[in-house]
Design a protein around this ligand. Structure first.
Ligand code: AHM
Ligand code: MG
Length: 328
């Protein structure tokens, strides 16, 4: 059984990161600092999200900003917050986000890392108080330090990620990440303003009985996905679909299940973005003993060719993914 919140409330994310870093003799601490920057931005977004329902009545509390400006949409706010945190941190030389077409340069050409991020995924759920998430993926740059980052820095492929993770803003806020040494999760304690280790060395079940897919699009899906969905129905698996990738992924990671976003008539290449949605979750899945595919190959092995490229995405328990592949 997985260790849950009963873990000693004492190991903060900061301390955990420091311990992990001191176990690696040559680590300079920059990746650790970068992870802390992301956690800090996550705390700020968490605060904004918790207030989101008050946006229409903030005037009544006198909390409108001084210019009386309208609140910006949360996905834009999240984008700004993460960019600011990553720029100020100094470890990152360039960023791509779901919110902008081009590479964003941080003006820290000395930074060793590049980051691909979806600052607020599942944004259609914001207005209705349903879980949303942040997804991130980190690479060590291949271009020389001190020069401007290049497209190639982002085109290294899923296997070269040095760290990846997500923050799920749900009934609790939880940060889950890997640096390639297993997956750990940290639950946010609001009153203390700290993330505490809550799920140590997550091991995802080998098999499961939950399938997560937008079944309304069934008729448009590629035949392999359709055949597998019929198989899930016949086995009377539970259908669970939030429509927030991070939430659906997190549930299945802990409980055992499969998430499917197949290629369809509307999205012939799939809907989800390879660099900041599929790769990071594929890395986490693999580190926790689960796996992923696009129907033909492991998602981590897909060759990247553009910043915002899409991919079909199937991720979850090994046995479920293997069974899915029998239908392709
Ligand atoms: P977004 O990046 O525009 O928010 O879209 C990604 C989201 C995922 O969170 C979710 O799994 C999926 O899109 C839902 O798509 P659909 O509404 O087609 O089922
Ligand atoms: Mg997204």
């Amino acid at each position: 059984k997985q260790e849950t919140l009963a873990m000693p409330v004492g190991v903060t994310l900061d301390r955990f990161i420091k311990r992990q870093q001191s176990a690696m003799p040559f680590a300079s601490g920059e990746l650790s600092q970068l992870l802390r920057d992301i956690a800090l931005a996550g705390k700020i977004i968490n605060r904004e999200i918790n207030r989101a329902g008050l946006v229409d009545i903030t005037g009544a509390f006198g909390s409108q900003n001084v210019q009386g400006e309208e609140q910006q949409k949360l996905d834009v706010v999240a984008d700004i917050r993460f960019l600011r945190a990553l720029k100020n941190g100094g470890e990152v030389c360039a960023i791509i986000t779901e919110e902008s077409d081009e590479i964003i340069y941080t003006d820290n050409d000395e930074g060793k890392y590049v980051v691909a991020i979806d600052p607020l995924d599942g944004s259609s759920n914001i207005d209705v108080n349903v879980s949303i998430g942040t997804i991130f993926s980190i690479y060590r740059r291949t271009s020389p330090i001190g020069t401007r980052a290049t497209l190639e820095d982002f085109m290294q492929g899923g296997r070269n990620q040095v760290a990846a993770g997500y923050i799920l803003y749900g009934s609790s806020t939880i940060l889950v990440y890997t640096t390639g040494q297993g997956v750990n999760a940290f639950t946010y304690e609001n009153s203390l303003g700290e993330f505490f280790l809550s799920h140590k060395d997550i091991v995802s079940p080998e098999n499961g009985a939950i399938y997560s897919v937008n079944e309304g699009n069934y008729n448009d899906f590629v035949s392999g996905a359709r055949a597998y969905i019929v198989n899930c129905r016949m086995k009377e698996y539970s259908g669970r679909y939030i429509g927030s990738l991070v939430g659906d992924f997190h549930r299945n990671l802990l409980k055992g299940g499969i998430y499917l976003y197949p290629a369809s008539k509307k999205y012939p290449k799939g809907k989800l973005r390879l660099l900041y949605e599929c790769y990071p979750l594929a890395f986490l899945a693999e580190q926790a003993g689960a796996t992923s595919t696009d129907g033909y190959q492991n998602v981590l092995d897909i060759e990247p060719n553009s910043l915002h490229q899409r991919s079909p995405f199937y991720v979850g328990a090994k046995e479920m993914v293997n069974e899915l592949l029998l239908h392709f």
